[in-house]
Design a protein around this ligand. Sequence first.
Ligand SMILES: [Zn+2]
Length: 113
Amino acid sequence: MHELTLAESVIDIVESNARQAGASRVSAVGLALGLLAQVDVDALLYCCELVAADGVAANAVFTVERRAGQAWCEDCRENRRLSALGAACPACGGYRLTVNAGEEMQVVNIAVA
Ligand SMILES: [Zn+2]
């Protein structure tokens, strides 16, 4: 399960950050997830809670903020914002697009208690 693998890497990052900060508890974790990522947000949040259960981030509140994607349009010769995979270029309506952002996930905020 894809979301479980992502959750494991999130918790790895959270736990190593908490260790470096000398924190014994993490109260909140903010994630940023590109709109083009093929990830089920509810499943991701569930998996984060599951994986976090035995560590410093047990009971932490996980939140996900979605970020717009971006693709290079071969017809416009410009980067365009893309809100979904398979969508047409919002400027010219073309499909000759190469996604270059929006599939990534990042840990953007870790609140320690
Ligand atoms: Zn275009």
